[in-house]
Design a protein around this ligand. Sequence first.
Ligand code: NAP
Length: 272
Amino acid sequence: MTAPYGIIGWPLGHSKSPLLHNWGLRTSGLPGKYEAWPTEPKKLKAFMAEVRARRIKGVSVTIPHKQAVMPYLDGVTERAGRVGAVNTLFWAEGKLLGDNTDVAGITVPLEPYKESLKSALVLGAGGAARAACAALLELGVGEICVANRTAAKAQALAKDFGITAVEWEGRAARPWSLLINTTPLGMKGEHQAKSPWPADGFGAVGLVFDLVYNPVRTVLLNDAKNAGVEVLSGLQMFMQQGLAQFKIWTGVDLDEKGARQLLMMDLLATGG
Ligand code: NAP
């Protein structure tokens, strides 16, 4: 068996990770195959035993396993520890470790804007919001706030990261250098026509980063663009977290332009 890689999650229907990583293996001339391993929570323990028994080289971890896999590992990176969740399993010196490349998925696209980010509002308080808060702290954003439909969750997250919770209802009442949407509002399916931000509320917003990537142009990003605000798409996060995983597993830096083209063409072909 040559270098197996794959992704676990439940359900896994829409994952673009196999497309990206198999393209990476092919274009780098590396052996191995990246598979989709839909894994129910009750089968996680058996799956993790298999990772060790088969020495599976790299695993991407998605919902709902990002925290649940942690007790099965020999350790986690400092970054994953800060987020409290892992999305990448890898081997180092015989140990099975966990990292969190979702953070790089957010820091890398924001890096060019770093100097202008005086204040940021994270919308939502789930797993992706934790990665967003860790990323904003790494970037050194002066004022970081979180707003969530369920206020108690925003308050708990704010406490964990030493940031400020603001009321969901009052979220558009003041200026923000950056908005990051980590809710599923705008995502293909039941939420596609929705936005977490009022269409007439972009007057005092500098930059909008929507972590939703399917579709690439969400209602939030369309509204922001129509208001003349700069935008970043979740496709950039998806691509960067995947490129960072590939680098951890193989040491190879994949071509960003090629990766972006691959993902855009696939999303367009599948109605994204
Ligand atoms: P999660 O842990 O389930 O958290 C979802 C958050 O969204 C919760 O805070 C929830 O609020 C809020 N929310 C859900 N429905 C809402 C609604 N109708 N109105 C207002 N708020 C609502 O999910 P997650 O893991 O953080 O993922 C969230 C999204 O991030 C995903 O849908 C995905 O699109 C995106 N994501 C993108 C990437 C990427 O690579 N681009 C990677 C990871 C995630 P409550 O607390 O009130 O329930």
